[in-house]
Design a protein around this ligand. Structure first.
Ligand SMILES: Cc1cc2nc3c(=O)[nH]c(=O)nc-3n(C[C@H](O)[C@H](O)[C@H](O)COP(=O)(O)O)c2cc1C
Length: 360
């Protein structure tokens, strides 16, 4: 399979692409450190801390940041496999890739094998290097289809989808699942075996069932069972917020890595920091000025990507998370949310300083 070296830090050794070679992952098992080399198809990841796909969040501006800040792989927002939706504004924006981010991974969602195969092909034509299939979303319907984690109830449909997609493209196909439909029907192991037999290259397991939605705590015992059942890399996902948790989950489950979702909201540096910590280094703490720099870069990118009107609105969502993490109070956040021009948003951030935050 060809790997197109872009203007990124990608270098090529034999048949394997090394991405972001500055970070390497080590894993602590029974106090022995070793380096698991995680490869998804031909793509050898620099580290195995992944940024989760999150619709409405992991757009291109956010992915660029998380990638530059050290995430091992970043997933785009899901695109729905319905031919009539391919050219909508939403799909078009979600399909945009940055060739500096390698491997470029897109996620697809749907229930119709033919449509999923078709959309996967189109993504590859557009430059996608890995196709991830969403069987983890708990929404009742994804654009009128019982897709996402609802598919887990029908193992033969799962097989048909996976075979259709792996047969349609010559890039690695990965799968993201929950542990099952509900606590009494956890079939993640069966699904994982089907996935491996269908040619899927890696698997992510969110440690909740569909019925659990986002309630309670994620359990990673099922991940241990999945890891024991297949030879492809398995990534653990759910409620992982720091290096220690990542180490514990990887050591207990044998997972090849972890995927970070909500804890990266307002913290695109988190996957990279966790990767640094797993590599035995001390995660670099970002001081106030460094965070403001990142937020301002993100702001600029959102204004550029979405245009002024939408960019300003979308920025409010992200900046609110950043400001909460900085310790700003609700009043300050409200003031930011009243600003309706890119330059006013930028100025607000440029005028922030630690004293203001301490006073808040
Ligand atoms: C706002 C939001 C949007 C999400 N969108 C997707 C999605 O498009 N595809 C997907 O597979 N999972 C999606 N997820 C689930 C996450 O990828 C992840 O599995 C889940 O949040 C658990 O991980 P966490 O505890 O680290 O957040 C979404 C989660 C959130 C909070």
């Amino acid at each position: 399979m060809g790997v197109t070296p872009g203007p990124s830090k990608l270098r090529r050794v034999d048949n394997v692409a090394f991405v972001n070679p500055s970070v390497i992952v080590m894993m602590d098992v029974s106090s022995h450190w070793f380096l698991p080399v995680v490869a998804v198809g031909p793509y050898k990841l620099s580290n195995s801390v992944l940024l989760a796909p999150m619709a409405g969040i992991t757009d291109l501006p956010f992915r660029r940041l998380a990638w530059r800040l050290g995430a091992g792989m970043v997933y785009g927002e899901m695109t729905v496999a319905r031919p009539d939706l391919w050219h909508t504004r939403k799909s078009t924006e979600r399909r945009r890739l940055d060739r500096c981010i390698q491997p470029s991974t897109v996620q697809i969602a749907g229930a119709e094998p033919r449509w999923l195969a078709d959309i996967a092909r189109r993504h590859v034509e557009d430059g996608a290097q890995i196709i991830d299939i969403n069987m983890g979303c708990p929404a009742k319907k994804v654009c009128d289809q019982a897709a996402g984690s609802a598919l887990l109830r029908d193992e033969s449909l799962v097989r048909a989808i996976l075979e259709a997609v792996t047969g349609a493209v010559d890039v690695p196909v990965t799968l993201k699942i929950r542990t099952g439909l509900c606590p009494s029907t956890r079939n993640a192991v069966a699904i994982a075996r089907i996935a491996e037999a269908s040619g899927v290259s890696a698997l992510t397991v969110h440690g909740r069932t569909r019925a659990c939605r986002f309630r309670g705590s994620a359990e990673h015992r099922t991940v241990t069972d999945v890891v024991a059942s297949v030879a492809i890399p398995v990534f653990a996902n759910g409620d992982i917020t720091n290096v220690d948790q990542a180490k514990t989950v990887m050591a207990r489950t044998g997972a090849a890595g972890v995927m970070i979702g909500r804890s990266a909201l307002g913290a695109p540096w988190l996957p990279g920091q966790i990767a640094q910590g797993l590599a035995g280094g001390k995660p670099s703490e970002l001081d106030f000025a460094a965070r403001i720099d990142i937020i301002r870069t993100h702001l600029d990118a959102m204004h550029g990507f979405y245009g002024i009107e939408r960019g300003v609105k979308i920025a409010r969502k992200h900046v609110q998370w950043y400001l909460q993490r900085l310790g700003l109070d609700a009043q300050m956040i409200k003031s930011f949310n009243r600003l309706d021009l890119p330059e006013l948003q930028q100025r607000f951030l440029s005028e922030l300083n630690p004293t203001l935050v301490e006073a808040a």
